[in-house]
Design a protein around this ligand. Sequence first.
Ligand code: HEM
Length: 403
Amino acid sequence: MARSTESVEQNFDHNAPDFTETMRDRLADLRQKCPVMHSTAHDGFWVLSKHEDIVTALRDPGTYSSAKGIFIPRPVGQAVYGLPTESDEPDHSHYRRPLWKFLTPAAVRLYEPLVRRTVTELINEIIESGKADALEDLAKPLPAQITGQFFGYTAAEGRRIFELISTLTAESFGDKDQAREAATELLALFQRSLDEARKNPGDDVSSAIVTYDVDGRTFSDQECLGLLRSSIGGALATTVAAIGYAVYLLWKYPEQRRLLVEDPDLSSSAVEEILRMESPVYAVGRTVLQETEVDGLVIEPNERALLVYDSANYDPDAFDEPEEFRIDRPNNTHLAFGMGIHRCLGQHLARLEIRVVIEELVRRIPEYRVVGEPKFSAVAGVLTPVDLHIEFEPGERVPLPEA
Ligand code: HEM
């Protein structure tokens, strides 16, 4: 039985603080020399870096299980498992169903006027000054406001949820006490909305979750909390990161930005290319349930495998000239939203938010520059810009469109 790998590096650690600085070169090296390698970091796990191998794993959730968690290592402050993310069939289908009707393309389309109005308002706030903190002024407030409303929370609750989830994300491998405190407050807030929905069910997400019939029973409190935790948590840091990367990439590749200024119809395919080039969820974990072979190497039951989506998205066997940012790239089969049964439930909402930001940005601020040194980091499974300031010719506020 093959157990050894020609490991180019023995302790590959996707959570190391300096990982983002060298990750693309190291992953290219892995894809070429050792596409399936065993890392000794975090008690050992396999690293899959080729698009084809990762797709094969995602199409076989019976072998590659999510139920024991999708983070390697498991973050602190995670009192409940995220659902449907960290579940397998047949439970997984039940967990997805009550959320789906809120997140279909048709349901999400109804949110476009609100998203456009919110983006217009955010740009109004910065346009006269000629400078902005692209994260604090644009990338963070949009998902914070939209996600809160989407899940039926007041504006104040939405802001608090965003703060708590940000603390949890920042501290998930750091200050354990802070992470636990944030998790406790967050779950209490979710619990209140679930209790309220049980008493007075409405047409919001919490009500759909508490009233969902699972073969004659309703979900337990733990299950309801897991569903809110995963879908709201999954909606925030990821979308913030993607909007930040959109601003960054459209600055870094000015000819692509000008293409978008000339032809705004390219905005949807530009979103896909932004997500391919900088996938916020750059890697997820699975636990192997039965012996399986990948590229001649055997992975045994209970061993963990890290599926590096970022690496798949730069695989030259899957994409022509993957290092090039092309907003009109055809057949963009990126894995930024995963694939198979766990494919992102919020993908249409995320796409809508990113698309409206880039449409309004290039329409109102067609020329801008990033100032200072932008900084990036990889925190709790999310790759994200952490410092991104821009400057531009000041412009004028515009009236807000109807929402
Ligand atoms: C750019 C933004 C986003 C990115 C990059 C992203 C990425 C992902 C990825 C990669 C997965 C699959 C994880 C796996 O393979 O185990 C996923 C699952 C999920 N996402 Fe997103 N996501 C984004 C936005 C959202 C939003 C806005 C929501 C909710 C409104 C959301 C809700 C979920 C849920 C509920 C799942 C679990 C699906 C399942 O397990 O069946 N995501 N997301």
